[in-house]
Design a protein around this ligand. Structure first.
Ligand code: GDP
Ligand code: MN
Length: 387
C-alpha cells in the first residue's frame, strides 16, 4: 500500500524523525490559513499524489507571500499532474501540503528497503540527493552507500556512523542523522514497511538534517495487524477496476494493452502474458481468478475485464485443477448472459471436467473461439486484436 507524503511525515513525527512544519489543504483558503500559522516565507506548496517526480512536473512550488500561497495552491489543486511516474494520463491533484520553506545547504538521499538477495535490510544513502537518484544509480553507482543490516541482530551504532560518515556531514548533523536513522529503522520494522525513502534529506544552513520529502510503502501482507495504517489508504489514488476486483478477492492488475485475459494461478497468468506478447500483442490486464474460484468470481472477473474500454479481445486460459472446467464454463455463460460481450473470446481449457466444460460452452449459444493449446490460443487472440 502506498500513502501520501503528508501521511508519511505524520508517521515520521511519531518516530521523532525531523520534518518541516506544515499541514494539508484541500482548498486555497485552507492553504492560506496554514501558511499564516507558519514562521514566515518562503512557504512550499506541494501536490499530494501517489507518484514521485512532482518537482519536475510543476507540482512543487515556492511562495513568497500569503497571496502567492493562495494563487499557487489554486493552480496546483485541480490540475492533472504529469510526472515520469504517473504515465501520460497524469493524476488529478486533490490536496496540497503547505510547509515551511527551509534554507537548503545540500540535498542528500536516504532510504531503507529489504534486500531479498542477501535476506537483509539495506540502508542506501547518497550525497547526490535531490530529484534524480535513478540517474545516479545508473551512471555513478559508486556515489551510493549501501549498508546491510541483519534483521535478527538489528541496527547498530556502527551502521549509523558508516552512513553518516559516507554523507560527509558536519559533526552536529552527523549526530542528528545517527539518531534519525535508528528511529527510521525502528519505524520500518514496526510498521511492516517495504520502502522508506527520503529524497531529498536536507542538510540545512543551520546544520540540521530534515526530511524534506517522504515516501513510505507498506507490505500489504502485514496490513491486517496495522488497522491504524489502513486509515491512510486513499482510494482516489487507486485504479477503480483494481479496487472493484479486490472486493471480490480477485488478483487483478490493469495494464496498457488490449488483450483481456482470465487465468487461474498467478504463475500461469504470468506465462500467459508472456505468450500473448510473444504472439505480437499486449495484455490489457493480469487476472488470476485463483485456484478455488466460484462461478460468481469468474463472472465478476469477466465483467471487470469487459469494463476496460481498451480490450479488443479476451483470452481465457484455464487449467482445471481445483477450479473445475465446468465451473469456469458456467461462470463465463452467466457473465455473458448479463453483459453484452462486444469482443471475441478465445478459450483454452484443459483438466478436470474439461468435456463437461466444453459441452456447456458449446450449448450456450455464445460465439466462442476454441483453441487446441496455449500457443494456438495466443495466436488467435493476437490475430483478432491486430486485425
Ligand atoms: P518530488 O519531485 O515529487 O520528489 O518532490 P520533492 O518533495 O522531492 O521536491 C522536489 C524539489 O523541490 C526538492 O528536491 C527541492 O529542490 C525543492 N523543494 C522542496 N521543498 C523545498 C523547500 O522547503 N525549500 C526549497 N528551497 N526547495 C524545496
Ligand atoms: Mn522527492
Amino acid at each position: 500500500m502506498k500513502i501520501h507524503e503528508f501521511q508519511a511525515k505524520e508517521i515520521f513525527q511519531k518516530y521523532n524523525v525531523p520534518v518541516p512544519t506544515g499541514g494539508v489543504a484541500f482548498t486555497p483558503e485552507e492553504a492560506r490559513s496554514i501558511a499564516d500559522r507558519l514562521g514566515g516565507y518562503p512557504v512550499v506548496v506541494k501536490a499530494q499524489i501517489h507518484a514521485g517526480g512532482r518537482g519536475k512536473g510543476g507540482g512543487v512550488k515556492l511562495a513568497h507571500s500569503l497571496e502567492e500561497v493562495g494563487t499557487i495552491a489554486g493552480s496546483i489543486l485541480g490540475m492533472t499532474l504529469i510526472t515520469h511516474q504517473t504515465g501520460p494520463e497524469g493524476r488529478l491533484v486533490q490536496k496540497v501540503l503547505v510547509e515551511q520553506g527551509l534554507n537548503i545547504q545540500k540535498e542528500l538521499y536516504l532510504s531503507i528497503v529489504p534486500d531479498r538477495s542477501t535476506a537483509k535490510i539495506v540502508v542506501m544513502a547518497s550525497e547526490a540527493g535531490g530529484m534524480d537518484i535513478e540517474e545516479v544509480a545508473e551512471h555513478t553507482p559508486e556515489k551510493i552507500i549501501r549498508v546491510h543490516i541483519d534483521p535478527l541482530a538489528g541496527i547498530q551504532p556502527y551502521h549509523c556512523r558508516e552512513v553518516a560518515f559516507g554523507l560527509n556531514l558536519p559533526p552536529a548533523a552527523m549526530k542528528m542523522l545517527t539518531a534519525m536513522l535508528g528511529n527510521l529503522y525502528r519505524m520500518f520494522l514496526e510498521t511492516d514497511a517495504s520502502l522508506v525513502e527520503i529524497n531529498p534529506l536536507v542538510l540545512t544552513a543551520e546544520e540540521t538534517v530534515v526530511a524534506l520529502d517522504a515516501k513510505v510503502n507498506f507490505d500489504d501482507n502485514g496490513l491486517f495487524r496495522h488497522k491504524d495504517l489502513l486509515e491512510y489508504r486513499d482510494l482516489d489514488e487507486e485504479d477503480p477496476l483494481e479496487i472493484e476486483a479486490s472486493q471480490y478477492n480477485l488478483n487483478y492488475i490493469n495494464l496498457d494493452g488490449n488483450v483481456g485475459n482470465m487465468v487461474n494461478g498467478a504463475g500461469l497468468a504470468m506465462a500467459t502474458m508472456d505468450i500473448i506478447k510473444r504472439a505480437g500483442a499486449e495484455p490489457a490486464n493480469f487476472l488470476d481468478v485463483g485456484g478455488g474460484a466460484s462461478a460468481e468470481m469468474v463472472e465478476n472477473g469477466f465483467r471487470i475485464i469487459l469494463s476496460d474500454k481498451n480490450v479488443k479481445g479476451i483470452l481465457i486460459n484455464i487449467f482445471g485443477g481445483i477450479l473445475r472446467c465446468d465451473v469456469l464454463a458456467q461462470g463465463v455463460v452467466e457473465a455473458a448472459k448479463k453483459t453484452n460481450i462486444g469482443v471475441p473470446v478465445v478459450v483454452r481449457m484443459e483438466g478436470t471436467n474439461v468435456e463437461e466444460g466444453r459441452r456447456i460452452l458449446a450449448e450456450s449459444g455464445l460465439q466462442l473461439i476454441t483453441a487446441v493449446d496455449l500457443k494456438d490460443a495466443a495466436g488467435k487472440v493476437a490475430e483478432i486484436v491486430n486485425a
